[in-house]
Design a protein around this ligand. Sequence first.
Ligand code: GLU
Length: 272
Amino acid sequence: MPDDMATAVCRNPRTIVVKVGSNTLTDERGALNRRYIASLADQIADLMNDEVRVILVTSAAIAAGIEILGWKTRPSDIDSLQAAASIGQAALLDAYAAEFGRRGIPVGQILLTRYDLEHEKSYANARNAFERLMELGALPLVNENDATAVDEIRYGDNDTLAALVGKMIAAERVIFLTDVDGLYDANPARDPQARRIASLDHVDEELLAAAPEGESGSAIGSGGMRTKVQAAAMLLDCGIETVICDGRRGNIVRDCLGASVPGTVFSHKEDE
Ligand code: GLU
């Protein structure tokens, strides 16, 4: 990452990154949940009308492609994954553009690879594009460019990508909409005594080791609790807050900006 953005020195108030995962965006059959996309558009449009600057990092290109191609299972070869991502990304963009367009908000698609974020010129170009899109009142829509990012240069999960975008634009908060309502002190899928952690001001090795690697729901997404906690640690280091929360909960995006957040907040602030 270029040196100038290795640490965000100050945060842009009222600028947030929202990351939504594949499990949250798809239904039990693995199909793109258009009703959910509409509800997300309602919430984000509402915030944008209140002068909150939002960037949406969205997964589910591969899931949408698999649905369109009628495949029963996720392929493992890279060419098929790239083809699915390419077809699915078009459908994903279409769905968001239709919903946000209905609410008077243009969307601008930015597909990033690791290469873009590790080279000064492309990093600066991406940041300028984000800034201009937000200035214009558009919603930047981000995903990894899965069709061209082969294994060695792939993040593979959008959690890391969302954190890097948060740093790039010095966001105030990065919100992870996922299928669990936060980080637990034990794995809630296995331990009924597990309790949600409301807030954390640091991430240590023990916590990272305890965070389950895969998503708690079905195995469509590539991220998991661990990559989110790693992302939160990276963001804490530069003073950016992170929330991990249940993306299906009503009004969740606005609630994540309020005083009492229904999820896990990673912040240096003492009142959270
Ligand atoms: N970029 C992948 C997609 O859109 C998903 C990555 C992830 O699940 O975090 O399908």
